[in-house]
Design a protein around this ligand. Structure first.
Ligand code: CU
Length: 176
């Protein structure tokens, strides 16, 4: 009865595939890019999920170190990552804790020249947080001018039935 093993195997494969698709690896070039070395991290700001891995790809003699939250050009304590390398070396670090991590190069002068950045772990993207509408939507029923409310659509006309009023309001809403 080999068929009884198929559901278990597929379940295991499903878990494995789900796990592999959730954790991603993000490459940060350290010291500019390989084609144009510079005193930068490329990109300098990354937004990753908890459990993701950052691969620091070195393009020169630098360090990829965690900076303190108060002074991004000084070492954090404790520090999650502190890699020192040269061109061609790669170092991986998996971030299992949510938070904001400053990164910088420890070589004197490099951080002050701009060789620093931020790794955001487990933070929601801030690209869609600017919905600033505060109750200024379409007004369905404007207040009647005299409080009676029966004839604000056509002042001075004959009394309007409730059905006509609702129809007019609906047309007003569609037009508005
Ligand atoms: Cu450096």
């Amino acid at each position: 009865m080999q068929l009884t093993h198929i559901p278990l195997i597929s379940a295991i494969l499903g878990v494995a595939m789900t796990g592999s698709t959730m954790a991603a690896t993000h490459t940060i070039d350290v010291g500019g890019t390989s084609s144009s070395p510079a005193l930068t991290f490329v990109p300098s700001n990354v937004n990753i999920a908890v459990g993701d891995t950052v691969m620091f790809a070195f393009n020169g003699d630098h360090t990829a170190s965690q900076g303190s939250s108060g002074d991004p050009c000084s070492p954090a304590s404790p520090s999650e990552f502190d890699f020192s390398g040269n061109a061609g070396q790669n170092f991986n670090h998996t971030f299992n804790t949510a938070g904001s991590f400053n990164m910088y190069c420890k070589i004197p002068g490099h951080c002050d020249a701009g060789m620093k950045g931020v790794i955001l772990v487990g933070q929601a993207s801030s690209s869609s947080s600017s919905s600033s509408s505060s109750g200024t939507g379409p007004t369905m029923s404007p207040p009647p001018p005299y409080g009676s409310g029966a004839s604000f659509l056509t002042p001075g006309a004959k009394p309007i039935t409730l059905g006509c009023l609702l129809t007019g309001a609906a047309m007003f809403a569609i037009a508005g």
